[in-house]
Design a protein around this ligand. Sequence first.
Ligand code: FAD
Length: 107
Amino acid sequence: PPDVDELGRSTWTLLHSMTATYPEKPSFTQQSETRQFMSLFGKMYPCWVCADDFRAWMKEGNEPRVSNREEFGRWMCEAHNAVNVKLGKEAFDCNRWQERWRTGWKD
Ligand code: FAD
């Protein structure tokens, strides 16, 4: 079975990179397919306890926000922070998600 930490780091890289390249003005179809992707991701992520908690988090008022890149990136950052907090790690400053995953650090 995959190592949960290694799997997590690789997966967050994929997920945040997807938000970084998400359109600023996504079509209705792109938004709908992105919601479908996150829903299926929540069922297929190969760490079952992780997937169960992630689906529960999405259900409790955290449905994916896919209206544009900034919204989707922030939502993903909040999703990641929910896991950080659960694991007793520091929350990441979501004002800086584009710096980390798209533009590079400013300083
Ligand atoms: P990661 O948390 O993997 O982060 C990688 C990098 O992302 C960091 O170095 C930082 O630069 C950046 N980053 C950190 N936080 C944010 C943020 N909020 N927004 C943007 N960028 C950020 N592990 C478990 O043990 N139990 C679980 O239940 C669990 N659930 C998970 C659910 C999902 C959907 C995913 C994708 C992973 C889950 N993991 C879980 C794995 C866990 O989140 C970490 O990936 C793993 O613990 C390794 O952590 P890390 O400290 O190396 O950095």
